[in-house]
Design a protein around this ligand. Structure first.
Ligand SMILES: [Cu+2]
Length: 398
């Protein structure tokens, strides 16, 4: 009795979980579909329509369950009456076999539709040197897995249909076959090894870049915090100054250390401007939680982890203007997103990235503000004075 009760509870809880999940999904979908409204009136109306939407889908689900249950009962009654009249009952093997074939055709049709309709919604054209390599790898993996997918699904469901249970033949009992075991272990192992090695070498090529034609990269620091990206350019010495989390405060948002001479000419900027065909090294930092630098056009993504400085080197190959002409969209901008759900304002954590010619870049960088602003200079002066008076007092006391 106790066990049965437990099973019933489990059923109830799973049913509740299904509804909760369905409700949340519907809410999220409705939220995304409802345009933002400023006045309180439309907002309230929007919320009630969300709940109406959820109620509608829950009811639809319940009705569907009832319909399936009723069809099941009708079939059972039909079978019993056939049995009582000593007539032939439903051949469930045929029913299941036909369902398998319908599932195969519908599934393959769905896969084809998904590929043709949504295939173009994947990543945009690669705008970096290594991006092309990543795309080749992605394409190879997709083609290979698609071939395997189509072959295995067709075999699985058509075998289930062709060799469905029948009174005319007996199933052959196959307890073990070493050859088959070897084939289905070794074949996927070889394919997966090729894919993994391919991926390993591509990643190594991307991360172990040598400078090539004697070009050194432009060091740019990108720091993530809730909820913005901060940029620091190295200034005329092409060297980013040292920094420490202990120095963060007031106007020194990034905790730059001015004991390091390289810090004095560092610059800040609102837009990530980079020259085309020049390697860029993004030094990635985070100040609070894990963020992630994500620039889909350049095939760049790396986590920004507090206390774990890291970097990503890449070479942009298409300028913003060239991309605007290509896409026939005069307003197009490359973007740097945060790709970790890092809190309430995560969605808004993005920065415009502009790829320009080298001369345009030089012109732009010359106009950027120094990191050592007047406010920061004042703060540093004050801190130095405080330290001096404290030292003097200590000297007097001694
Ligand atoms: Cu973030």
């Amino acid at each position: 009795m106790g066990f049965n009760k437990l099973i019933n509870y489990k059923k109830l809880i799973s049913l509740f979980a299904v509804f909760a999940l369905l409700g949340t999904n519907m809410l999220m979908a409705q939220d995304a579909a409802t345009p933002a409204t400023t006045a309180s009136g439309p907002d309230v109306a929007g919320k009630s329509s969300v709940w109406l939407g959820v109620g509608y889908y829950v009811l639809l689900f319940l009705v569907l369950c009832f319909v399936v249950a009723i069809i099941g009962k009708i079939l059972r009654v039909y079978e019993l009456t056939q049995q009582m009249q000593k007539k032939k009952t439903l051949n469930w093997n045929n029913v299941m076999g036909t369902i398998c074939i319908i599932f195969l055709v519908a599934g393959l049709g769905g896969a084809y539709w998904s590929l043709t309709e949504q295939g173009s919604m994947t990543l945009p054209e690669a705008a970096s040197l290594h991006g092309v390599k990543i795309d080749n790898m992605f394409l190879t993996t997709t083609i290979l897995t698609l071939i395997v997918f189509f072959i295995t699904q067709i075999l699985l469901f058509s075998f289930a249909f062709i060799y469905k249970g029948s009174d005319k033949r007996r199933a052959y009992f196959l307890p073990h076959n070493n050859t088959i075991e070897k084939v289905w272990t070794i074949a996927p192992a070889i394919v997966l090894t090729i894919l993994v090695v391919f991926g390993f070498f591509t990643w190594q090529e991307i991360t172990n870049i040598t400078d090539g034609k004697g070009q050194s990269s432009i060091d740019i620091e990108v720091t993530g915090h809730q909820f913005a990206w901060e940029l620091r350019y190295p200034g005329k010495d092409h060297k980013l100054g040292a920094h420490s989390y202990k120095l963060i405060g007031g106007a020194n948002k990034l905790g730059v250390d001015f004991k390091d001479k390289a810090s004095f000419d560092d610059q800040t900027a609102d837009t990530l401007v980079i020259p085309v065909n020049k390697p860029v090294r993004l030094n990635i930092e985070a100040q609070d939680v894990i963020h992630s630098v994500y620039m889909p056009h350049f095939r760049v993504q790396l986590n920004a982890v507090p206390g774990l400085p890291t970097y990503f080197r890449f070479t942009p190959t298409i300028t913003t203007n060239q991309m605007r002409t290509k896409l026939d969209d005069p307003k197009f901008e490359y973007l740097l997103y945060c790709n970790k759900i890092c809190g309430g304002g995560h969605y808004n954590m993005q920065k415009v990235v502009r790829v320009v010619s080298e001369s345009e870049y030089n012109e732009w960088i010359a106009k950027q503000k120094p990191y050592l602003s007047d406010a920061l200079k004042g703060e540093l002066k004050l801190a130095a004075e405080k330290k001096n008076t404290l030292n003097n007092r200590l000297a007097l006391n001694n």
